[in-house]
Design a protein around this ligand. Structure first.
Ligand code: SF4
Length: 536
């Protein structure tokens, strides 16, 4: 391994060849500070080995030959960096944006913003690899990638007054420093406080502070593993951080080998944003092999926006999957980043395309310094309403609020149970259709009373109430007509066996499509019932 001094000289020499004279995106000269090695890295980051190695020209390790090469997006200042360097995670890490001085040369800021950001620099770490930075649209101050990664003056504010350093009280449920044992069969291990990119909304901002971060956890590896081994009820261990894929391989191997050897541990989950923020790290086949060798590993990654799903990210997710590791995704609901139905649908669909299962949608925790990302629970429910039924269930995450006082994850969803009687329930589907569902195999016990609306469903006088202009009902009516036309037997004994009643024109409220073309139309029983039901 090269020493840090060597890496400095190597990098400076390399950069001298590629250094642009101006930054077209920002329209300003590029400060020489941008091209300095990050000699402001913390000691602990160097100790992890994550940042200390010099860039070395190497083949594209983990990238399959048969995969089409991605077209990497690059901020103009890195346009001329040779591809082998761009694909090298060491280079990416060593050239990460780590100071406000660097930021001001790459993005436009007001003087007030720069001053506020300068004050925050001493509190919260900053690191944005060139790869991830290049996903930012420099002209959009509200760019969703920028919001997630670039220091904001809003971090100095705590808008609700309820923000806390440790809102989930993980530390109070820690029998060993760095290990949280909250749920009966699961344990969380915080194995490092180093990340490839420091997310501005992070729940564990307290762990990744410039000062007072969690250096201490580095000294409790063995105690954490021993705790898991001595608690047979623990079946599922989440190895997290920080980002555990920033650990030196030897240390990651320590955790994987020891945890995998514990008979009662069925699942080891690796919580990592590396596929999102620095996929180049997973171009290394050794790292893939190391993860796969534990044989119990699931990857839990964290895409928050569809623009993060790049060819590079897709490629490394594919490599993880092909090595036998299921990949699940957490999304955090973030104001301005993904708090619209359209963005969330696009994200979930894009995740499915790369075979990554959208697993959780977390409501953003009330963390000091991240309050400006929080949105309402109603917003989360509105998004869930627009997902369920409108896309494959495979692509729908569970929306959860992580409860204060260590109460854990509480799932929330729109209300689909509208009413209930002794033997039936009234349910609402994604279209707003209300249906009676006979819950038990026994006769209707509700006394018949003159009634209408939802109550009439409970009584069984109707079995459904369908919203106006329901596309599905219109489609169904059309299908009946089409099928009938296709299968109609010359003697009138087609699919409707010739005895089907003439279709009654559907009332407006059941979505009649006005297709009164004069053909015989055997009517779907539900359409028939709806056409005859009194308006509710
Ligand atoms: S990668 Fe995870 S631990 Fe690190 S800053 Fe982002 S959310 Fe926090």
């Amino acid at each position: 391994m090269l020493t840090r001094d060597v890496s400095v000289s190597t990098t400076r020499r390399d950069l001298a060849k590629t250094r642009p004279t101006s930054n077209p995106a920002a329209g300003t000269s590029v400060s020489p500070t941008l091209w300095r090695l990050p000699d402001f890295m913390s000691d602990s980051e160097q100790r992890t080995g994550y940042l200390e190695t010099a860039p070395v020209a190497r083949p594209l390790g983990g990238v399959e030959e048969d995969e089409p090469p991605g077209r990497p997006r690059r901020h103009p200042v890195w346009q001329d960096v040779p591809q082998d360097k761009w694909d090298d995670w060491h280079w990416q890490s060593q050239h990460a944006i780590r100071s406000v001085r660097q930021l001001r040369d790459l993005l436009p800021f007001t003087p007030d913003e720069l001053e506020a950001m300068g004050r925050l620099e001493g509190e919260y770490k900053l690191a944005i690899p060139p790869y991830y930075f290049s996903l930012i649209n420099p002209e959009d101050p509200a760019d969703p990638i920028r919001l997630q990664s670039v220091t904001s003056p809003l971090e100095a504010e705590n808008p609700s007054g309820f923000e806390l350093e440790d809102p989930l009280e993980e530390d109070k449920d820690s029998p060993v420093p760095g290990l949280t044992h909250r749920y009966p069969d699961r344990a969380l291990l915080v194995t490092t406080h180093v990340c490839t990119m420091y997310c501005r909304f992070c729940t564990r901002k307290r762990a990744t502070m410039v000062r007072g971060g969690w250096d201490a956890i580095n000294r409790n590896d063995r105690r954490m593993v021993e705790y898991v081994a001595s608690h047979p009820e623990i079946r599922d261990v989440i190895v997290s951080g920080g980002d555990p894929l920033t650990l030196p391989h030897a240390k990651l191997k320590f955790f994987l080998d020891h945890l995998a050897a514990i008979p009662h541990v069925d699942v080891i989950r690796i919580g990592t944003r590396v596929p999102v923020t620095l996929p180049q790290k997973l171009y290394d086949p050794e790292l893939i092999d190391l993860l796969a060798s534990a044989n119990k590993v699931w990857i839990q990654t964290h895409f928050n926006h569809p623009r993060e799903i790049t060819p590079e990210a897709a490629r490394v997710c594919n490599r993880l999957l092909r090595a036998g590791m299921p990949v699940n995704n957490h999304i955090v609901l973030l104001k301005g980043v993904n708090d619209t139905l359209e963005t969330m649908r696009n994200l979930c669909r894009a995740l499915l395309r790369i075979k990554v299962r959208p697993y959780y949608l977390f409501h953003c925790d009330p963390v000091i310094g991240a309050g400006h990302f929080r949105t309402s629970v109603w917003k989360g429910l509105e998004i869930m309403e627009g997902l369920r039924g409108h896309m494959s269930g495979l692509g729908i995450p569970t929306y959860v609020v992580d409860s204060p006082h260590g109460g854990g994850k509480i799932p929330l969803m729109p209300n689909y149970l509208v009413s209930a009687s002794d033997d039936a329930v009234v349910l609402r589907n994604f279209e707003g259709m209300l249906v009676r569902y006979q819950a038990e195999d026994k006769p209707n016990t509700v006394a018949q009373t003159k009634t209408r609306g939802v109550s009439s469903l409970l009584q069984g006088t109707q079995s459904a109430i369908v919203p106006q202009n329901n596309e599905r009902m219109a489609r169904r009516k059309l299908n009946v007509i089409t099928n009938h036309e296709e299968h109609e037997h010359p003697n009138g004994n087609g699919c409707g066996n010739g005895s089907a009643p003439e279709a009654t024109d559907l009332p407006e409220h059941v979505g009649a499509n006005g297709n009164g073309n004069g053909h015989h139309k055997p009517l779907d029983p539900l359409l028939r019932e709806l056409s005859e039901a009194p308006l509710s």
